[in-house]
Structure formats: C-alpha cells, structure tokens
Design a protein around this ligand. Structure first.
Ligand code: OAD
Length: 232
C-alpha cells in the first residue's frame, strides 16, 4: 500500500467502526460467514419483545457474548487508533475493544455489552464481569442490556455527538462495516458532504460511492500500514 496518511495533516479525524474492526480479535461479525445473525434470530434474542417474552434467555445470550469477548484481545489496528487520542472514535460495536486498547471517549452508537439500564427509571449500571451482577434495579424493575436492539431508538445525545464529530471532521475512516444498518449507514455520506476525505477499510468493500479511497484489506494490517506504524 502506498500513500501513508500523516495524522498531523488533518485537524479532526473520525474513525467509524463496525464489527469487522474486531474480527481479527476473534469477535464474530453479524452478517456473512459465521455471522451472529446466522446462528441467532433477531426476533428471539435482539429486540424488546424477546426480552419481555423471556428475559433470562436474552440475558443468557448476552452473557455468552460477554464471555466470548473477554477471551479476545484488541489487535494492532485498535492500538493504532488508540495511539491518536485526539481522533474521535464512533463505533457501532458493543464489545468495548477500543476502550480496552486505550481509546478514551468512544462514541458507542449501539450501546455496550458492559452496561445495563433500567427500563423504567433509566438508571444505567456499568457491569464488567462475565455474568451480570444483578438483573434488578433498585426501583424494582428489570435491568436490560444497554444495547440498541432492533426496533429501539438510538440515544439522541449519542447520535448528536456522533453527527457533530462527523460534520466537523476532515478525515473520515470507515472500518469493517457492511453499511446496512441505519442511521449509522448514513455517516459516510454525511462525512463526504461535510468535505472530509473519506477512506474505507474492508476486505469486502461496501461499494458506497462516498469514499475517496478504498483499501481492500483487514483492519489489523491495513491500519498500521496506512499510518506507517511498524507492527509489533
Ligand atoms: P456486519 O456484520 O454487517 O459487517 C461486518 C463487515 O466487516 C463486513 O463488511 C465485512 O466485510 C467486514 N470485515 C470482516 N472482517 C474484517 C476485517 N478483518 N477487517 C475489516 N473489515 C472486516 O457488521 P456491522 O456493519 O458492524 O447492531 O453491523 C452493523 C450493526 O448491525 C451492528 O452494530 C449490530 C448489527 O445488527 C446492533 O446489534 C444494533
């Protein structure tokens, strides 16, 4: 790959990541071969109706995901991003890998596997273990994973922080997303319309026209190469 990027040439960099960002760490993506939605139905595991029907089953599914993510480690690509603390990370991922690599203030569009929230009073509880400590809020109602399930609205504050970061960026790098889930799928176009130079990193590029440069490669290799960082 030619043409390294010098972060110093840009005022505001946004890394926009999807499940492919964590694929080399061993966290499965959602779609395609081995994808989570190929083995687990959204209707049974990833919507409010499923939780209301059978909360234990939905919590068990999320606990299983927590255990498998705890067995994975961030890779060199996560570390390259974490090495640019002034850059903003907007992620669709719920796995916390960017934070484990050292990124601060990650904007988590779809929530987190490591937080619960009360469906009644809105209380949020960080919960980092393999098993959830409790599924009850002190108000008496149930705690549910603080994840945007299908049919849920995105958190308006999180969405506006993400949109603002993207509108203000002059370099936008999308990594490992199929670009099929809205409103996140609109971010590459927003970045382009805002005048940012847009790069996509994906072994199977999305085909979106928003990108100035497409790197057909895996995140863990392409990111160090793009920034000219020698790999450990
Ligand atoms: P997908 O599973 O839809 O897409 C993963 C993308 O990662 C694909 O385009 C792959 O080609 C790419 N990919 C695979 N390995 C890669 C690698 N090593 N390096 C770079 N890219 C790689 O995942 P998302 O686009 O993140 O939402 O899915 C979006 C949302 O759909 C998720 O946040 C989740 C899901 O349903 C919720 O659960 C709310």
């Amino acid at each position: 790959m030619s043409q390294h990027i010098d972060p110093g040439d840009y005022n505001h960099i946004v890394f926009f990541t999807g499940a492919g960002m964590s694929a080399e760490s061993g966290v499965p993506t959602y779609r395609g071969k081995g994808g989570i939605w190929g083995s687990y139905s959204i209707e049974e595991y990833a919507c409010q109706e499923a939780f209301e029907r059978n909360p234990r089953k939905v919590l068990d599914f999320h606990q299983k995901r927590r255990r498998s993510v705890l067995d994975c480690e961030p890779h060199e690509g996560h570390r390259v991003i974490a090495g640019m603390p002034e850059a903003r990370v907007v992620t669709q991922n719920i796995d916390g890998m960017h934070q484990r690599a050292g990124s601060k203030e990650v904007i988590e569009l779809h929530g987190s596997l490591w937080r619960l929230r009360c469906q009644s009073c809105g209380f949020k509880k960080e919960d980092l273990g393999e098993e959830y400590e409790t599924d009850r809020c002190s108000c008496g109602d149930r705690l549910r994973p603080d994840i945007i399930w299908f049919g849920d609205m995105l958190d308006a504050v999180v969405m506006s922080r993400a949109s603002e970061a993207i509108r203000n960026c002059d370099l936008f790098i999308s990594i490992g997303t199929s670009g099929t889930v809205w409103p996140a799928a609109g971010f590459p176009d927003l970045a382009r319309k805002s005048g940012a130079y847009c790069i996509e990193i994906n072994p199977e590029p999305s085909g979106a026209t928003s990108y100035d440069r497409v790197i057909e490669g895996a995140a863990g290799e392409a990111l160090p190469e793009l920034f000219g960082v020698s790999r450990l």
